[in-house]
Design a protein around this ligand. Structure first.
Ligand code: ATP
Ligand code: MG
Ligand code: FE
Length: 336
């Protein structure tokens, strides 16, 4: 089964050809990061326009690299939510056009189901059920993946997503957009125990998260230093902030694994490419005897290969989208 997958939910225009759900024949990503850096964040209007410009050539390249033509395909998969509405619409319209012209089934994919499915690419042995920590720019969820595309949500963030916290802290210490990778890099030169930032717990919700407190603590620290004229060490701030976030992510994941008797643990989403999180999760899993799964960094951040994998499992279950498939900007996990 050959699937062409398209992803355009945010600022990456991406296309991929996936064979039998687990083999990636091509994975083309055209990032707009350089463009949005000028504005300090993603400008939705500009993102949509850039997707329009790039999408055909990205798809062309994905087919060429895979050594296939549109006639070889069995289905078209596309992200239809959540994300920026104008950005999503470009991919959805494109996928519909190809599917209609080539008389192929169309499969709308949930972007976060895609992030989780990235784990199947390099772990042929991984099958549900397993526990997955989803940490991206807009989501922080702790879920049990009960079956392909079936989730039981154990915990979620009450305010900022983990990636959002990285981006805001990066901006506050002058690292700019995109923040996560820059905090990750700078933290390597800092002391993770230099500053004690808060690790938020939510009364009665042991698997939930809150990151607005640690973000405010960083801002307060900066304001205080500015008022007193104290010198700040940005690497220490980055490392200490990251340490506080990673501590909570790992601790809650381990608690859920124990309480629900899960022996397989995976991570997903852009923040899953964070070096400190990957190392800490691996160490904790080894300590408690769990198997640990994580996508390579290139499959953690937005890409179409993960959408192709998710589309395959939906396709096999019989999921089909109609010609009325629309972009759903705030699509919730587990909804269709
Ligand atoms: P969502 O998937 O929730 O719709 P998104 O698609 O914008 O949101 P992703 O592309 O999955 O998010 O991830 C981007 C986020 O991951 C950004 O917030 C970015 O700062 C963060 N991120 C990327 N790399 C790293 C890293 N090495 N360390 C920490 N955070 C990172
Ligand atoms: Mg992005
Ligand atoms: Fe994403």
């Amino acid at each position: 089964t050959l699937i062409l997958a398209i992803e355009s939910s945010c600022d990456e225009t991406a296309a991929s050809v996936v064979k039998n759900g687990r083999t990636i024949l091509s994975n083309v990503i055209s990032s707009q990061i350089a463009l949005h850096t000028l504005y300090g964040g993603v400008v939705p209007e500009i993102a949509s326009r850039k997707h329009i410009e790039k999408i055909n050539q990205v798809i062309e390249q994905a087919l060429t690299e895979a050594g296939v033509t549109l006639d070889d395909l069995d289905a078209i998969g596309v992200t239809y939510g959540p994300g920026l509405v104008g950005a999503l619409l470009v991919g959805v319209a494109e996928a519909k056009a190809i599917a209609y012209a080539k008389k192929l089934p169309l499969v709308g994919v949930h972007h976060i189901e895609g992030h989780v499915s990235a784990n199947y690419i390099e772990h042929p042995d991984l099958e549900p059920p397993f526990l997955c920590l989803i940490v991206s720019g807009g989501h922080t969820h702790l879920v049990i993946v009960k079956d392909y595309g079936e989730f039981e949500i154990l915990g979620r963030t009450h305010d900022d997503a983990a990636g959002e916290a990285f981006d805001k802290v990066a901006r506050a210490i002058g690292l700019g957009y995109p923040g996560g990778p820059k905090v990750d890099k700078l933290s390597k030169e800092g002391n993770p125990n230099a500053i004690e930032f808060p690790r938020a717990k939510i009364e009665g919700c042991p698997y939930d998260f809150s990151f607005s407190g640690v973000k405010s603590a960083v801002l307060n620290y900066l304001n205080h230093a500015q008022m007193t004229g104290e010198e700040i060490n940005r690497a220490d701030i980055a490392a200490s902030f990251q340490n506080a976030v990673v501590d909570v992510l790992v601790e809650h994941t381990m608690a859920a694994a124990k309480d629900f008797g899960m022996k397989k643990i995976a991570i997903a989403g852009g923040v899953a490419s964070n070096g400190t999180l990957r190392d800490a999760m691996e160490t904790a899993c080894r300590k408690y005897g769990y198997s640990f799964f994580r996508p390579s960094p290139i499959f953690c951040t937005d890409n179409a290969a993960m959408i192709g994998v998710a589309a395959y499992y939906e396709y096999m279950k019989g999921t089909r989208s109609g010609w009325d498939l629309n972009a759903v900007p705030n699509l919730k996990l587990g909804e269709r």
